[in-house]
Design a protein. Structure first.
Length: 289
């Protein structure tokens, strides 16, 4: 739970930790942007949902996109503008589900590690309205997986989570090859508005010192929804645990998945390709920059 006076909406807690979030949250593979931009015209109009402080926005701009970023946190939006001053970046503060956005105004709707905050209906309804015919919906997700690269850390850390009422933080059980984004399953259901669904995946493990992992935990919404005393006790104990039991360093095994789909044109709204998903598995050699 949050302390008195703190925001109750988990999405707004990120605004309390802008500096930590900006420092510690990971970026994304260059190959991901290669795949995304291969689907777009030059200098595309991209509507970015939940940009944070610009972890993906920087790459969108670097590849020539004109970006309209919709960020719900005013303080995160301020940092984004400060980080990436550009005439090709417009930042709006608001909720993607309700903010006024012109119909058929974007070549792509893009979201990295934020689309899970959007309601299931709006995840499809909003891009179906905003995208031009043939435009691309691109959703990036980071998935923590069960892997020996963590050296047993997540299982060993469970008593610490339980001590602070976080017994729900069970170790991941999904293998790397089993990652299936929920947005992909929604897109290949019965919605005729989207076609050409493709899922790309890359290994994207991140290694942290004990102090860095503490910062990572402080960047999570569920940690920031805790009472202040419990929150600081949890991260203090976890940092000490990593230092004493894991030689001061842990690896978080991650798979990053890019799900793309095209908004169907009026003449292909029932295209049977919308009923299936193609999964591309690039070599597992991509590593963090």
């Amino acid at each position: 739970m949050s302390a008195p006076g703190e925001p109750r909406d988990p999405r707004l807690t990120f605004g309390n930790v802008v500096d930590v979030y900006d420092e510690i949250r990971p970026t994304y593979p260059a190959a991901l942007f290669d795949e995304f931009f291969a689907l777009l015209p030059s200098e595309p109009d991209v509507l970015e949902v939940g940009p944070g402080t610009g972890q993906a926005t920087r790459d969108l701009l670097a590849r020539g996109a004109v970006v309209h970023a919709v960020e719900i946190s005013p303080s995160m939006a301020r940092r984004l503008r400060s980080n990436l001053p550009s005439e090709r970046l417009t930042v709006s503060v608001g909720d993607f589900e309700t903010i006024d956005l012109a119909a058929e105004s974007a070549d792509a709707v893009f979201s990295a590690s934020a689309y899970h905050w959007i309601s299931p209906a709006a995840q499809l309804d909003r891009p179906a309205s905003i995208l031009r015919p043939g435009g691309v919906l691109a959703v990036v997700g980071l998935f923590q997986v069960d892997s020996p690269e963590d050296r047993g850390f997540y299982a060993a850390a469970q008593p610490i989570y339980a001590r602070y009422g976080r017994a729900d933080e069970a170790p991941p059980t999904e293998a790397r090859t089993d990652v299936e984004p929920t947005i992909a399953q929604a897109l290949i259901g019965s919605d005729p508005r989207f076609t050409d669904v493709v899922v790309h995946r890359w290994d994207w493990d991140q290694t942290y010192t004990a102090a860095e992992y503490r910062k990572l935990m402080l960047s999570f919404s569920d940690t920031n929804m805790m009472a202040a005393g419990d929150r600081m006790g949890l991260v203090d104990d976890m940092e000490a645990f990593i230092d004493s039991r894991f030689d001061g360093q842990v690896t978080r095994p991650l798979v990053v998945a890019l799900t793309t789909a095209r908004r169907a044109s009026a003449d292909d709204g029932t295209n049977p390709r919308a009923r299936s998903v193609r999964r591309r598995k690039p070599p597992r050699s991509v590593r963090p920059a």
